[in-house]
Every structure is written in structure tokens, then in C-alpha cells.
Write a protein that binds this ligand. Sequence first.
Ligand code: UDP
Length: 259
Amino acid sequence: MGGNSDMKLIDENGIRIDGRKVDELRPIKIEAGVLKSADGSAYVEIGKNKVLAAVYGPRECHPRHMQNPAKAIVQCKYNMISFSVSDRKRPGPDRRSVEISKLISEAMEYVVFTENYPRTSIDVYIEVLQANAGTRCAGLTAAAVALADAGIPMKDIVPAVAVGKVNDQVVLDLNKEEDNYGQADLPIAMIPRTGEVLLMQMDGHLTQAEFDKALEMGVKACHEIYELQKDALRRRYAIVNGETEEEPKEPAEDVNEEA
Ligand code: UDP
């Protein structure tokens, strides 16, 4: 967030550098059940962001002192792979990834019916393969689909998107240049069914009127992403008109495996 409002990121026709209008999302692709080894998984592309999420559990929580006798704990680990950004990212956790992991864990713990699984841990691994701003939102969007794919009961599926301010205009779904040189960044995640806001952060400054506009834009976009998340799960389980046409496919036999 450079706050450099001199850099022209929106032209006189209201078109952004990637050709979008101010209230337009980047192209989104969501796929559920992409990994055979995980209990649930999802792959999400939002513009140039590419994110993979894998869920393991509910499984016995180790170390045992972290167990909660009344409910499960949800542990999300957000990681940006070294080659996900143009300057090689040093592998391993840093302050940013620890912060993002914590806020995604808290958001997910709120939506999962954790009381169904006492003493267990639900582990969600989020790997950012390619980053172009908005990766915490793409990661959360993927994690929610992966949890649903794992069959874990939740209040709802959670979509997330960032809204911000660029060249004094409120814009939806910031790309890298807008994130770096814009004036504000406001990631939002919500529970569409209840309208509850699960995550909200703000970098930069917005007036009350800009904030209200940004929130309205973000909520509308979250509902669009929510439909794509549900479509991905329907495709995964081939659900047509509410009926399951085919069961999820078993992993194919490994031809190299000893008989
Ligand atoms: N970024 C980077 N190197 C880093 C961290 C971030 O190049 O170590 C880039 C990356 O493209 C990321 C963007 O900066 O998506 C914005 O990062 P931010 O911390 O705002 O989180 P995000 O918008 O991805 O949720």
C-alpha cells in the first residue's frame, strides 16, 4: 500500500490497468477435490493468484495439551511458495504468514461445528503457488471449499474478497499494482447466509462514505464468489437438481503398486 495516488491506475473511462471496471472481479476458477491424499481439497484461481488448500481431519490433536475436551480446533497454515512472487520468497513462516494463518484459522473455527469433534484438530494447509494480491482472500475461499469437500459440517461456505481505494475511487478485488500503489486495502470474508462479517482488515484510510461503498461492493462480490464455490462442490459431486448422480470417484489404482 504505497498510497501513491499520482500513479494512474484508472483511466478517464473508469477502466483499470487490467481492463476491468471498478466494480468488476478478476476471472475466478474454483475446483473441489483436486488432491487424492487429503480428506478435502480445493484449487482456486482469482486473476493471477493460484492457491491450493488441503484439509486433514478431524484427527486426534497433537500435542495433547492443545486438545479441547469440548470441541475441535481448526489450524490453518498459510504459506507462500518461494516461486509464487517475482522476488524469491524466503521459505518458512514469517510474521505475515503467521498473522494470515491466525486470522484464517479464527474465521474457519467460527463456521465449523467444532463441538461435533471434541479433542480433535482439523488441519488446513493453504499453499499460494502464484501471488498477485488478495491471496489471503483466495486462500480463505479455497479453505472453505476444501472443508466442505472433506464433509465437515459448517454453518456456511465462506467467500472472501478485498476492496480498496485507488486514484480516489473505491475498487473491487485489487490486483498487485493496485495493492502496492493504491490508497487503501480492505479484505472482507463473510457468512452469506447470515450476513455476518468474519474477517475485516484495513490498510490505508477510507472516509465513512467510501467505507460504506466498499463494504457494499465487497458483500455483493462475496455472494458472487459464494455461488462459484457452491458450483465447484456441485460439479465435484455431480449434483443435479439436488440429487447425487454419482458418488465421488475412488482414487484410481496405482499401476506401480505391488498387487
Ligand atoms: N507479496 C510479495 N512478497 C511477499 C509478500 C507479498 O511479493 O513477501 C505480494 C504478493 O503478490 C501479495 C501482495 O504482495 O499477493 C499483497 O500482499 P498482502 O500482504 O497485501 O496480502 P494479500 O493481498 O496477498 O492478501
